[in-house]
Structures are given as C-alpha cells and as structure tokens.
Design a protein around this ligand. Structure first.
Ligand code: EPZ
Length: 421
C-alpha cells in the first residue's frame, strides 16, 4: 500500500500536458471486445484502472500489446463470457464488459462491480435496458448474475429515467451490433460518452445524434478493428486548476478541450482566479491563493458542473473568505473527504448531499486517509495548502485515476512524494 507525504503552502507554477481521459478509455477497452480485428487506442493514460482492464481483457482471451501511451487489443473469435469476482471488484468499469460479452457470445456472467463508495450505485438501469433488447438475467447461488441472449440482442426504443453515463455506454455498446435499430432517449451527453460513440463509429457502428439526449443506432453485423485517440481528461485538468487556485500560482494546461470544462472554468473565475483560454486546447490560470467563497454551487449532468470536480472545488475553497455550499445532485456520498478537510483544520460540515465550508485563514498538516479517488485528490489539494507535513494513507485510490499525482504536483514545485504506508 502506498501513502503520500505533502509539505504545503508553496505556490504552484509551471505547465501540464493533460493525459487521456480515464472515463473514456475504460469503456473503449471494453468495447474493443465487440470488434473483429485489432483495436489500437492512443493517448492512453497510465492508470491502475487501465491495468485492471487489461487483466479483464486477457482473462477473456484478448491479446494485448502496450507501449508508451498506446494499447492494442485483439479479441479471439469467441471471447470468454465471465469476469471473475476478484476482477469485478477492482473498479466500477468492470461492469462495461457485460454488454460486449453478451453481444459477442450470447451469455455474460458478472459479479458486483467495485469502484468508489459514492452511494448505492445500483445497476438496475443497465439490466433493464439490456432486458428490453432481449437479454434474460438470472441470479446464481453465489450472488453473481448470468445474462443470456441465445438469439442475440435486438434493437429497442429505450428511455432512461436518468441520464446515467454508464447505462448510456452499456446500451450504446449493446445496440451497436444488435439486430435492427435502437433509439436511446434521455441519454447522458458527457464528453466521455461522445468519445465512446465516436470510437464505435470509427469501428463501423452506425450511430446518429451523438452529443444529444437521443441516440439512434442501426446495429452492424460486426465492428472492425480501428485506431482511435482518447480525448483529454477534463477531471485531471480540473484537479490541477483547483490545486493552483487554492495554493496560489500560475499554470498553463495543454492538450485539453476547454469546451468540456466551461462550468469548472466559470466556477474558478467566480472564485477570483484569472483564467485565459488561448484556443480550444489550452488554458492558463493565475491565482493569488486568496479566493472568494463560492456561495451556492450545485453539480449536475453534463454540461452542468461535474460531480467528480465537486470535492476538488471544495478543497480549493477551504481558505476562501466567507461561506461556500457545494451540493452533489448525482451521488449520495460524494464528500467522504470532509473528515480529512476537518483534520487539517477546515471548518466544514456535511448535510445530506451538501458540503458547507466556512473559510479559515490557515490549514495545518495532519494524518489523512483517502476515502475514494476524487476525495483522495481533494485531500492532496487541501494538504498542499496546509502548513507542515500531511500524510495521506490508502493513496492507491488516487492511482486509479491519476498517472502519478506526486510527480504531477512536484513538477509544479510542490513538496510531495510517495512513501510506503
Ligand atoms: C460514471 O460513473 C463515471 N465513471 C464517474 O466517475 C462519474 O462520477 C459518473 O459517471 C457521473 O458523471 C466512469 O465513467 C468509469 P452514472 P457511473 O451511472 O456510470 C445512479 C470517477 O471518479 N444509477 O451516471 O457509475 C447512480 O447510483 C468516477 O472518475 C442508478 O440508479 O455514473 C448515480 O446516483 C466516479 N442505476 C447516478 O445514477 C443504474 O443502473 C449517476 O450514475 C446506474 C446508475
């Protein structure tokens, strides 16, 4: 197990090239099982969730080659159709293998997916959508689920009760090779969903309405190998910006899509940061480290302020003059990191889905524990603002979604390092 030690209160200065998006590459790796031939993904971030995906792909017979930011996946004629309990528990994204295995083999056996404990995170919408396409589900004695579609999947007209990102991606993968047409209504429009749809199109899928709340998919007999570049990670970008905003300093981000970050940029401008987006693929932020409180800020489905950035913004506001209230409308338990904020001397309280922050003049280093991926990153941002040394245990949560968060912030002048826990 790894921990991070951080000595704060330094300004952060420099430039960062933003890597490919975790939440794009993970569904794409699963979708590669739909493709006959070799899929090559480029701009792939080096994350432990990507390593877990490679283990799942190899466990169902796929051949993998990897080199410097590229991954190639070649699926066998008949891939395996079960993911082990151990691999299912590595991340929420293990759930993405359900539809491709079902579509390719007519069967799929999965256990309960892992992932950040942000709330109940049921999979009912995935299952009910696949049922509408002809899949039959049965629970096994060990609690795992077996879905079967011996006659293959058929297109359907499905309306989501909530624009779930994962459900949209599951049904998009299933519809891409289902018999006939599917209409998916009320879908998510996050950039990572659009990225997956464009990846599937590049493999031969017939999808229209990309970027809107209604996707029309005409099932293809088979999808072919392709080469595709993963879009930049807007949450990694938000993490760097929130850290510089809270600590003070100046940073230039390159390889971003500023259009994907409009609400994050707006929130940081509102807190008093100077932000200039020179073109679509770069942005600069300058902050004197004394931010204005945010007042009321609420997350929502894209293009609203993203749920994953809620703890990151809160961390930047811990020393902001005045009161901020950040409400996450997506997950019930987004602010498990509040305990760590309080240990650093922040004045915070969680009421339901809302984190209330009353800014304090200074924070002091403490012993912390990462509760989940974005909560762990938020504790890094908070500890970078604290006087003295902090230590973040359970930091493996953070490595699921950031290439090397210590090197990332050390390159901007932070005193941060990995240590054995
Ligand atoms: C994806 O999770 C992301 N993960 C999350 O990022 C992100 O926070 C989330 O979308 C929202 O943007 C990946 O893409 C790998 P949802 P997902 O389905 O698909 C409920 C990170 O830190 N729901 O949109 O699980 C669910 O409980 C991670 O990178 C059902 O009720 O999110 C939640 O309250 C964290 N039934 C809401 O919908 C279902 O069948 C949104 O979930 C599915 C979801």
């Amino acid at each position: 197990m790894k921990a991070l030690t951080i000595c704060g209160t330094r300004g952060l200065f420099g430039s960062v090239r933003i890597p490919g998006a975790k939440n794009s590459v993970l569904p794409m790796l699963a979708a590669s099982v739909l493709c006959h031939g070799t899929v090559t993904l480029t701009n792939v971030p080096c994350l432990s969730d990507v390593a877990s995906s490679v283990r799942i792909l190899q466990s169902i017979g796929c051949r993998i080659t990897q080199h410097s930011g590229c991954i190639s996946v070649t699926s066998p004629e008949t891939p395996g159709n079960a993911v082990s309990e151990e691999l299912m528990r590595t991340m929420r994204s293990s759930l993405f293998y359900l539809a491709p295995m079902l579509a390719r083999t007519g069967r799929a056996r999965i256990g309960t997916p892992g992932g950040c404990r942000l709330g109940a995170r049921p999979i009912d919408m995935h299952l009910s959508g696949l049922a509408r396409m002809g899949a039959r589900a049965e629970e096994n004695a060990d609690g795992s689920l077996t879905l079967s579609a011996p006659d293959g999947l058929s297109g359907a007209d499905i309306t989501l009760r909530f624009p779930s990102v994962g459900t949209t991606e599951t049904l998009l993968m299933a519809a891409s090779t289902a018999r006939g047409e599917s209409v998916l209504r009320g879908v998510a429009t996050e950039p990572e969903v659009t990225d997956l749809a464009r990846f599937l199109q590049s493999a031969g899928a017939d999808i229209t309405g990309i970027g809107t709340r209604t996707l029309r998919v005409r099932g293809s007999d088979c999808l072919m190998g392709t080469r595709y570049a993963v879009c930049p990670d807007r949450i990694t970008a938000a993490t760097v910006l929130c850290a510089v905003a809270g600590c003070g300093g100046e940073v230039l981000l390159t390889n971003i899509r500023s259009a994907h970050m409009a609400e994050v940029l707006r929130a940081l401008r509102g807190a008093g940061c100077m932000i200039s987006a020179s073109g679509e693929d770069s942005a600069a932020l300058a902050s004197d480290g004394t931010l204005r409180a945010a007042g009321e800020r609420e997350t929502g489905v894209y293009p609203a302020f993203p749920t994953d950035a809620a703890p990151l913004l809160a961390a930047a506001l811990l020393r902001a003059e005045g009161e901020s209230r950040v409400t996450d409308t997506i997950f019930e338990n987004r602010f498990a990191c509040a305990e760590g904020f309080a240990a650093l001397g922040a004045r915070v309280s969680v009421r339901g889905r809302t984190l209330e922050v009353r800014g304090v003049p200074r924070l002091a280093g403490a012993a912390l524990r990462a509760p989940d991926l974005r909560g762990g990153a938020a504790l890094v941002i908070a500890a970078l603002q604290a006087e003295g040394e902090s230590r973040i245990a359970e930091a493996q949560h953070i490595s699921r979604g950031y290439e090397d968060i210590a090197s990332l912030f050390a390159s901007l002048g932070a005193d941060i390092a990995w240590v054995n826990q």
